[in-house]
Design a protein around this ligand. Structure first.
Ligand code: FES
Length: 73
């Protein structure tokens, strides 16, 4: 994928979603959240104190999830 054309989201085993490329993080009302860096880690465990960003809490709670999509069904 051409990084200038969009973003890449990487599913991290037992961890966050890493987003790289050209993207915006916005609230449901459209307000832009400045991540302060070019690559962001989005929490998918629900335990972060800095949602929507990962703060490493997934390690503390022992979050487990595959680094691949769940099979359909
Ligand atoms: S995925 Fe890292 S704190 Fe939730």
């Amino acid at each position: 994928m051409d990084s200038e054309a969009g973003a890449t989201v990487t599913i991290c085993e037992d961890g966050p979603l890493l987003v790289r490329g050209t993207f915006s993080v916005v609230t449901q009302d459209g307000a832009v959240i400045e991540p302060g860096r070019a690559t962001v880690a989005l929490c998918r465990c629900g335990a972060s104190a800095t949602k929507p960003f990962c703060d490493g809490s997934h390690k503390v709670i022992g979050f487990r999830a595959a680094g691949e999509p769940d099979p359909p069904g």
